[in-house]
Design a protein around this ligand. Structure first.
Ligand code: UDP
Length: 370
């Protein structure tokens, strides 16, 4: 029995890495194909998790349109699927890679499993691709691995039968625990972490910032930067911002925040360095999905620069707060946490406990025997 895992971006790689290693321990044959919808940021993750893809489609190009990328994925993945003829293709989440590869597999009569299935905003606002990518993938998939009860409920409401849904928790928590275990070893040393220790003053509260969503490009990032400038006037704070490589994000952030006191703009860091940064931080400001899932396990509050989230569990449990991209709201939310946060009452992470990959592999082992 053979499974082909296909992904293309940094977060997918982080979330599929533990599953790949778990599958390798099983009797199922597993291969990896990367579309490389991201390049450098994907490679950082492949290196850390010691993954050498069997196929690398190398499709990233500056300024390519989603339609151009989709067309290239269709053509290239068709070749790979035709050669490999896997019994199952596993895709992840909500990227263009996931939805197009799922459809290509369907066209060839190959079964599809969807990891991190069932997340929804039901806000299908064009041209932002995530929500439609996840909905398309749900329509095609034969097995749905959901991270939470809410995600399972979403799929049931859409008419997907319980028999085809497996609730597992999110594999990102497996990746996080694996990484923490590694970086907390006494003899672990990492160049990027050493460099971060050198540039970050030990006596200040770290505000860690990331952002990449298309819906925030333009006014959203502009407002975020203005808010960070205001917060950086505080003497007790240092803002650390690994800036996404998308030029539409990078250009505005560098223009507004370069060479400012109490603000460190850095390039995206490797996963272990980012996990280390999250551990050191006082709070995190982000539009990222994965970070909303990871932060509760580290006891860090998250301010989400979005007005909706397909991850309501963290908001409901009080781990994250949706503030959108209004400058004043971002400033107030940051100040409030800096001045008043004393820790969470219950550290139970609603996104998982580190066993998701094992649950998926247990299911797949029986699925193939049955
Ligand atoms: N991350 C990383 N290096 C960074 C910034 C983030 O390794 O410089 C990790 C982070 O821990 C999380 C993932 O990348 O697991 C989030 O990726 P992103 O925000 O690009 O995508 P999303 O989570 O929104 O899908």
């Amino acid at each position: 029995m053979e499974i082909l895992i296909v992904f293309g971006t940094r977060p997918e790689a982080i979330k599929m890495a533990p599953l790949y290693h778990e599958l390798q321990k099983s009797s199922i044959e597993v291969k990896i194909c990367v579309t490389a919808q991201h390049r450098e940021m994907l490679d950082q993750v492949l290196d850390f998790f010691e993954i050498v893809p069997d196929y690398d489609l190398d499709l990233m190009q500056a300024n390519q349109t989603l339609n151009g990328l989709s067309a290239k994925i269709f053509i290239k993945i068709d070749e790979v699927l035709t050669i490999e003829q896997p019994d199952l293709v596993l895709v992840h989440g909500d990227t263009t890679t996931s939805s197009i590869v799922a459809l290509a597999a369907f066209h060839l009569g190959i079964r599809v499993g969807h990891v991190e299935a069932g997340l929804r905003t039901y806000n299908k606002k064009a041209p932002f691709p995530e929500e439609i990518n996840r909905q398309i993938t749900s329509r095609i998939a034969d097995i749905h691995f959901t991270p939470t009860k809410q995600a399972t409920q979403n799929l049931l409401k859409e008419g997907i039968l319980q028999d085809y849904i497996v609730e597992t928790g999110n594999t990102v928590i497996d990746a996080l625990f694996w990484t923490l275990h590694k970086i907390e070893k006494e003899d672990y040393s990492h160049l990027e972490i050493e460099e971060l220790k050198r540039i970050l003053p030990a006596d200040k509260k770290i505000v860690l910032v990331t952002g990449h969503r298309r819906e925030n490009i333009g006014e959203g990032f502009h407002n975020l930067c203005e808010a960070l400038l205001k917060v950086s006037e505080r003497e007790d704070v240092v803002i650390v911002y690994p800036v996404h490589l998308n030029p539409n994000v990078k250009d505005v952030v560098h223009e507004l925040l370069s060479n400012k006191e109490n603000i460190q703009l850095i390039a995206p860091v490797s996963y272990p360095a980012f996990v280390w940064l999250m551990q050191q931080s006082y709070l995190i400001v982000t539009d990222s999905g994965g970070i909303q899932e990871e932060a509760p396990s580290l006891g860090k509050p998250v301010i989400v620069t979005r007005t909706v989230s397909e991850r309501p569990e963290g908001v409901e449990a009080g781990f994250s707060t949706l503030v959108g991209t209004d400058r004043k709201k971002i400033i107030n939310a940051i100040q409030d946490i800096l001045d008043n946060f004393t820790g969470f009452d219950s550290p139970m992470n609603p996104y998982g406990n580190g066993n998701a990959s094992k649950r998926i592999v247990d299911f797949l082992s029986h699925y193939f025997i049955g």
